[in-house]
Design a protein. Structure first.
Length: 159
């Protein structure tokens, strides 16, 4: 798959990954010095270490999401996982749930091959305006797409 004409709209989370790796390194050093550390603090360090490891795993396994003028591409690892025609996108909704630079995300609802509604959460890269271009391309292909650029947080429970 050639990615030269495709624009990436998902974030790589480079800065949060580096921070979490640094904190995990410090926690690892503190855990290895267990002979001079109180046992209650060791348990707290271990819980924080496990939780941060889970968050780091989540960040490293996020799919890369690209688009062109016709399709949205979801790539997990090195293989193309899903191709979604822009005509099949039903809704693009802003979400207050997020992580990383901006602390927000978008939830994309689309029709799959069996005409069932599926969704994916995209954490956009804030250093480019490719997500606003993606919304424009989606509206060009499907004028009925619902776009919501606001969220109060609780409205996601009812969508």
């Amino acid at each position: 798959m050639e990615q030269s004409e495709k624009l990436k709209i998902s974030s790589d989370f480079i800065f949060p990954k580096l921070i979490i790796i640094g904190v995990l390194g410090v926690l690892f050093l503190l855990l290895t010095d267990y002979k001079r550390t109180d046992t209650n603090i060791i348990f707290q360090y271990l819980v924080i270490f496990i939780l941060l490891s889970i968050v780091l795993y989540y960040l490293f396994t996020r799919p890369d999401i690209y688009y062109d003028t016709n399709k949205l591409y979801i790539i997990k690892g090195t293989q193309l996982n899903i191709e979604i025609p822009l005509e099949d996108i039903q809704a693009i909704k802003f979400s207050a749930i997020g992580f990383g630079h901006a602390g927000y995300s978008y939830r994309i609802k689309y029709l799959d091959n069996e005409h069932a509604i599926k969704s994916i959460r995209i954490f956009p890269n804030i250093l480019s305006n490719s997500f606003s271009k993606f919304i424009k391309c989606s509206r060009d292909k499907n004028p009925n797409v619902k776009v919501r650029n606001w969220s109060i947080g609780i409205n996601e429970l009812f969508d």
